[in-house]
Design a protein around this ligand. Sequence first.
Ligand SMILES: [Zn+2]
Ligand SMILES: [Zn+2]
Length: 339
Amino acid sequence: MKSRRRPYSEQRPIDTGGGVWSVPVPIPGNPLGYTLVYAIESPAGPVLVDAGWNHPEAWQALRDGLAAAGIDVREVRGVVVTHFHPDHAGLAGRVREESGAWIAMHEADLALVKLIRDAGDGVHRAFQADMLRRAGAGVVEVEEVTAEQPRPPALPDLALRDGDLIDLPGRRLRTVWTPGHTPGHVCLHLEDAGRLFTGDHVLPAITPHIGVYPYDRTDVDPLGDFLESLEKVADLGELEALPAHEWIFQDTAARVTEIRTHHEDRLVRLAALLAEAGEPLTIWETAGRMTWNRPWEELPAVLRGMAAGEAAAHLRTLEVRGVVRRTPGMDPVRFALHS
Ligand SMILES: [Zn+2]
Ligand SMILES: [Zn+2]
């Protein structure tokens, strides 16, 4: 599988067949490298799935890549955004400015975009700092994690719900709501071609970030949602996956099984870790004892913040399953195995 991981510089626009083009758009300075933007042709103009990061180089790559597919960006009819993250929604506003395209997003992520846009930078930062403190982060870590914020995405025109057909004349592109990575993440099922645009939900080699924000929330269970959304996608049958990162692959359902196993193993190890600890742990302490792709001590601040979100998501799922409980009256909140 490793051999298929190639840097952005080796990526090219590809005619994937059936009127669908894939256009790699760089994410400057990010190890993910690029977003795969898809253009689906229709008699009424092409529709894009995602748009890429808002950056001059990325904009150039999107415009040139579409041109290689014979598409003038001014012809674009609409942009369906799989979720509100900046590597997907970032350039949607720019495409709309050029072409008058509509932007569609699931209603749950649309609500988040509204929140982010209304809050403004200072409010968002204060909110984030408070959340980090409540998870047991240190003063310096709070400062480092909150230092950098991407620009908020454009406000979409259309709110999608599960099962909605996208406005794409002559084709059948259906919204499949797959919460987990974000509350309003969607996959898009091209029913007339047996293909699924998977966004970040199902990727061929990596798994998407699943976090709880604020970390100590008790009204959500994103990892539980994600595992359910994986099953939902597997139930669609054997579909070719067109993901937003890495590369196109053949069997979505087989990859779903691998991702589910990965998280179930992680949950088992987390329960064992809490048993060994012998005392209740904060979210931050838990994250520090879990296994990451680099030792915790070497993780840069922003990645520690995300690791804590991931730890919180796994703790929350164990709590919902009755394996873990939070110890009452403690600040910051602490978790222990259910005795
Ligand atoms: Zn994402
Ligand atoms: Zn992404």
